[in-house]
Design a protein around this ligand. Sequence first.
Ligand code: F6P
Length: 359
Amino acid sequence: MRRIGMLTSGGDCQALNATMRGVAKSLYNMFDDVEIIGFEDGYKGLMYADYQIMKSSDFSGILTQGGTILGTSRQPFKLMRTPDENGLDKVEAMKHTYKKLKLSCLVVLGGNGSQKTANMLSEEGLNVVSLPKTIDNDLWGTDMTFGFQSAVDVATNAIDCIHTTAASHGRVFIVEVMGHKVGWLTLYAGLAGGADIILLPEIPYDINIVCDALTKRSKAGKRFSILAVAEGAISREDAKMSKKELKEKKKSGVVYPSVAYEIGAKIQEVIGSEVRVTVPGHMQRGGEPCSYDRVLATRLGAAAARLIAQEQYGYMVAVKNNDITQVPLSEVAGRLKTVDPECSMIKEAKMVGISFGDE
Ligand code: F6P
């Protein structure tokens, strides 16, 4: 009997179910003697032995269903070595559950923090295979993560909707797109939605340059402007500060609900434009996966099952040049795939007149 543990960890995204289905269907087709144990709410389920024995029917009809049938939770990697409120050693508890259930392998669907924990468990001797999940597309070692394209569609749709109302009123609109550390989602949605200004964490902005771009547009007769701003967009002054200095500054100044409101207030102050802010927020992680993600989820799921069949552990399945491959977890853990300000996509965006607030 092969017993495979499976969990979804961290923030959810649209193609988690589709990906689990890909793994499960492939496993059931390859082996007659496979049992899948689904851990509830991510690593928490592994720590506290909260699990269900899955039936093959659990994985049917979920290709198009958003969310995760297993539930998820955030279990920060930096706290993994800190005992819980009852003094439980979380790492030992996870190893204990794995051994008690006599698992052959643990399948982890997760983003950055989850991959770090997956790598740690692999180093602790567990057989682990992971899959790249996140709407941020910021995982090192893969060109694409599942969830990203679906989130791009939602964020693009938000910008599209703003376009019609912005045109009617002649205002400045800011759409805040998810992504605290990395701007892929904002960059793609901004381009797809025809944003005039795109602000990313990787390219600190100068508010005067942003305002100049807005003024230039209104002088050219454009009635409105749309900014796509990442949650982690940062000004040049703030980018120069240490984390501590930034915290102090935030404590002493006006507290804004989020970065888009802060940028909106600055624009109003510098050029007096009427600004409106839209924050689609968690809508970007919701709804059904787009067709691209369904295909990717199925391919990655099958590839993970193949690794399990070959008993190749300690890898994350990945996409490279449209081929499915695998990367050692030790290479993935702790590394972010950020937007290179000099990459061709940024250059092309600038060629069509998009401002990134930097020049
Ligand atoms: O990592 C995915 C993500 O959606 C980020 O883009 C976003 O900043 C964050 O999660 C939000 O996290 P939470 O759901 O915990 O508020």
